[in-house]
Ligand binder design. Structure first.
Ligand code: ADP
Ligand code: MG
Length: 567
């Protein structure tokens, strides 16, 4: 007798449920997406015990009539896709027609709904995949789905649920992301009978993000905006003064759908690479609008990953949009619209060749700001502390500069600016230095020869295991020549091609700046301190060194007066 059978409907649903319903947050996600697809303008979510005991999602969307309400629990029953061509341009969140039957197969589910028609609504109950009853019920226009005792009939899976607080955190996170993408919809989340999140409808993504983060963050958030062909990117991004220790606030939406995408995370990383230290993350909410036929959302059962037709172009769009937004970010001196307009024509792209901005745009900024205070004169060095820090008076408080980090930032931008403008940066050594190198180092110097040359390094092979150094960037002190070259080669070996040539240039420039900058525990006189402070305030990104460490800290007058109880 043959042993292959077609699976019983309930079993098939339970298997599908394994893919779709991993934990309570997946239930919330599917129900929320259904409410969004139904055109809801308010969605109220309630959970008990992290959603394991109860998830309830109520919306004021289209609702369903009795026939549709019953059919909604059949597998592959969907009102959203009819023909396979429809899959090429999916505009709704759902389309597989699997969520409700999957959820109902591993819980006790009740759906109450009404289209608002005079005939009234109905209630459908499905327990463990078995339909129990359809009864008349009263409900305002919209739908309420209640999912109780998740995995009650799959004890092995119920056992693996995390602590309620963990599940609750995941749900709050999800609701936050979805709410961010839909500012015009009111959202609320109650957990264990207590209000957790309540967001009335607002008119823009920015307002919704501020509801989420709190209005204090408003000043630190930059607008991101850029389009290319039919793709549009908008959003908000933090400047370097607002940092996170986890990547949780890197939030991406494609056509309103929250997604994970390693390539886009990489693009964000590239934009911030010289602004944030390793292991620190910005806060970024990005909303990408892509023509539906250019993105495939049907690559992951939970629809959290997508595939772009032109992934490379989208990566670059995200990176460049962020760099643009960050390029105009100035912590002490925010250029007004008008001043910005003066600086714009010479700025061009604001990164990689970012320091071109430092060289070319700053005179324009300084000139137009002479009505006001010249921003680099607002930092007046007073003394050196511990031969490491420059103590200065700032526009509204005391400023402490890390002399090495500050100088590093200045030199870094100078090197890149010179390179970008094609001016010679190298300085011939009076006596060439011979450096013994490994075969890998030798190879690296050849691979990156044009970049090294553009940065002012003159290196030639001198026998198999030796390089002759004829020229190094002019900023380098004579004592550092060997270190400079050795570490430059190390950067080339660590670099990988996917990062692109600009990034290699930045890496070598950062390493050269590091070796050339004044060190900690090095005495500086007042004119030297003034020079560093003035140069730093003229740079494009004065707040961080090229590795993302802060260059200066502020102690505000207000904080001083408060702590001395003057007010
Ligand atoms: P999908 O969303 O993939 O179509 P689901 O199993 O999630 O599949 O839902 C099945 C169908 O039930 C949907 O296509 C929709 O017609 C209907 N439905 C589900 N939830 C709602 C809701 N909250 N409001 C209105 N209709 C709904
Ligand atoms: Mg659905």
């Amino acid at each position: 007798m043959g042993s292959i059978r077609v699976l019983e409907e309930t079993v098939a649903s339970q298997i599908a449920a394994g893919e779709i319903v991993e934990r309570p947050v997946s239930v919330v996600k599917e129900l929320l997406e259904n409410s969004l697809d139904a055109g809801a303008s308010r969605i109220d979510i309630e959970i008990d015990a992290g959603g394991a005991d109860r998830v309830r999602v109520a919306d004021d969307g289209s609702g369903m009539d009795r026939e549709d309400a019953a059919r909604a629990f059949e597998r592959h029953a969907t009102s959203k896709v009819r023909r396979s061509e429809d899959l090429k341009a999916i505009l709704t969140f759902g389309f597989r027609g699997e969520a409700l039957p999957s959820i109902a197969s591993v819980s006790r589910t009740t759906l109450t709904t009404s289209t608002g028609a005079p005939a009234g609504g109905c209630r459908v109950r499905v327990h463990g995949g078995k339909s129990l009853a359809i009864d008349p019920a009263s409900h305002p226009r919209g739908t309420t789905v209640e999912v109780e005792a998740l995995f009650y009939n799959a004890p092995a899976r119920r056992k693996f649920l995390k602590a309620p607080s963990t599940e609750t955190a995941h749900i709050a996170d999800l609701v936050t992301r979805i709410a961010a993408a839909h500012p015009a919809i009111a959202f609320s989340l109650r957990s264990g009978g207590r209000d957790m999140l309540t967001w009335p409808p607002v008119g823009s993504h920015r307002e919704r993000v501020l509801q989420i983060l709190g209005p204090d963050q408003s000043a630190s958030l930059l607008e991101v905006q850029r389009s290319a062909a039919a793709t549009r990117l908008t959003g908000l991004a933090s400047g370097p003064d607002l940092q996170r220790s986890t990547a949780r606030d890197l939030v991406l939406f494609v056509n309103g759908r929250p997604i994970r995408d390693r390539r886009l995370l990489h693009a964000i990383g590239e934009a911030y690479v010289t602004l944030l230290p390793r292991g620190r993350y910005p806060l970024v909410y990005l909303f990408l609008e892509v023509p539906p036929e250019e993105v495939d959302v049907n690559v992951h059962p939970a629809k959290t990953e997508v595939r772009f037709l032109r992934a490379g172009a989208i990566h670059d769009l995200v990176r460049d949009a962020l760099r643009d937004a960050l390029g105009v970010e100035r912590p002490f001196y925010r250029a007004s619209q008008e001043q910005h307009a003066v600086a714009e024509p010479v700025m061009g792209r604001s990164h990689g060749p970012e320091s071109e901005v430092a060289q070319v745009a700053v005179p324009a900024l300084a000139r137009t700001s002479e009505q006001t205070l010249l921003h680099h004169e607002t930092i007046v060095p007073l003394a050196q502390f511990y031969e490491t820090y420059i103590v200065a008076s700032g526009p509204d408080g005391l400023v402490i500069l890390d002399q090495h980090a500050a100088h590093e930032r200045v030199l870094y931008e100078r090197i890149l600016a010179r390179t970008a403008s094609g001016r010679t940066l190298g300085q011939r050594l009076l006596f060439p230095v011979l450096l013994e190198v490994s075969p890998r180092e030798r190879q690296a110097s050849e691979d990156a020869a044009p970049v090294l040359e553009a940065l002012g390094f003159g290196l030639t092979g001198f026998g198999p295991g030796t390089l002759r150094i004829d020229e190094v960037p002019a900023i380098a002190p004579a004592t550092q020549v060997e270190r400079l070259v050795r570490d430059g080669l190390a950067e080339i070996m660590e670099w990988n091609r996917a990062e692109g040539m600009d990034r290699l240039r930045e890496r070598i420039a950062a390493s050269a700046a590091c070796h050339s900058a004044v060190r900690a525990r090095q005495h500086l006189d007042l004119p030297q301190m003034r020079q560093i402070a003035a140069d730093l305030m003229r740079s494009v990104h004065p707040m961080t060194c090229p590795h993302g460490r802060p260059t200066l800290l502020k102690l505000s007058l207000e904080a001083l007066e408060r702590d001395f109880r003057r007010r």
